[in-house]
Design a binder for this molecule. Structure first.
Ligand code: FES
Length: 167
């Protein structure tokens, strides 16, 4: 492959492209300053954007929605409902005479529907044997890493009303 080389053994392409590699890698002070100024400006703009977003951030507000009548289900009974939208399925359990708890029915692992087991008094996900506490939705066992979102309930007169979602 000698025809690809010049007599001084330099590759032939260097003659065609007369780039001085050493000079090409050389960064001038001006280039470095320009790079630093542009990078700093980019970071400044990013921080201003985050600041503006945090100033105008509004926490999501949830509707107040009656989900059951007081005494509609027996102690240990379950009622399913949708909150805050029709696609968000929830499970409500009457845990005492005047006590109701409610959680999203969507398992935090892979979104299977959880159900209430009266025998073990906990919420169970049949897909991969995930178990959640009925008291606060915390993970007791299994692959889920996050607790179930809790639906905040209020009892007003004869109505049990969903008012908020705590993730
Ligand atoms: S989907 Fe519920 S444990 Fe996997």
């Amino acid at each position: 492959m000698n025809w690809l080389r010049r007599p001084n053994n330099e590759p032939l392409w260097k003659e065609e492209f007369s780039i001085h590699a050493a000079d090409e890698r050389y960064v001038t002070r001006r280039q470095l300053t320009k790079f630093l100024v542009l990078t700093s400006f980019g970071m400044f703009v990013g921080n201003v954007w985050i600041l503006i977003k945090s100033i105008f951030y509004k926490a999501p507000s949830y509707p107040q929605q009656p989900v059951a009548r007081v005494g509609e289900i027996p102690v240990g009974g379950v009622k399913l409902f949708a909150y805050p939208t029709q696609e968000d399925h929830c499970i409500m359990v009457r845990t005492g005479e005047n006590e109701y708890v409610s959680y999203s029915q969507k398992c935090t692992h892979l979104s299977c529907a959880v159900y209430y087991s009266q025998a073990s008094n906990q919420l169970e996900c049949p897909c991969h044997q995930g178990f959640f506490s009925i008291k606060d939705g915390a993970v007791l066992q299994g692959p889920p890493s996050r607790p179930l979102p809790r639906i905040v309930l209020e009892t007003r007169g004869e109505q049990v009303i969903a008012v908020d979602v705590k993730v």
